[in-house]
Ligand binder design. Structure first.
Ligand code: AMP
Ligand code: ZN
Length: 112
């Protein structure tokens, strides 16, 4: 499958990986929108959030718990962080391999 995040998970293309375990890879976003901008992905290809089904429940919960674990590990849990799933065109979703953005490192604006 021609999926850029599968290629990152399979080490077919390089990425700045900050954490990896059996199920998830965490790497730096190539176009950071905050001082800390990480992406949490499942190693196994899961499509966009709009296509999730019951079988994905554990993976999605695991992604959120992984984000929490990483936020603690990199020292932003206390100062705060934001987790974002972009879904569809108006959210600017570009990659259809499920991914969770972790943004931190400064007070984050919330305006559109
Ligand atoms: P989204 O807009 O939610 O689909 O987010 C996709 C994100 O992936 C964007 O923030 C991109 O900057 C990021 N991205 C795309 N290609 C790469 C890559 N090769 N390495 C790291 N981040 C990437
Ligand atoms: Zn994929």
């Amino acid at each position: 499958m021609d999926c850029i995040f599968c290629k990152i998970a399979n080490k077919e293309i390089p990425a700045d990986i900050v954490s990896e375990d059996e199920n998830f890879v965490v790497f730096k976003d190539i176009h950071p929108k905050a001082p800390v901008h990480l992406l949490i992905i499942p190693k196994k290809h899961i499509g966009p959030l709009s296509a999730l089904t019951e079988k994905d429940r554990e993976a999605v919960a695991g992604m959120i718990l992984k984000a929490k674990e990483i936020a603690e590990k990199i020292g932003v849990a206390k100062s705060g962080y934001r987790l974002v799933f972009n879904v569809g065109k108006d959210a600017g979703m570009e990659v259809d391999h499920l991914h969770l953005h972790l943004l931190a490192g400064k007070p984050l604006k919330f305006e559109f």
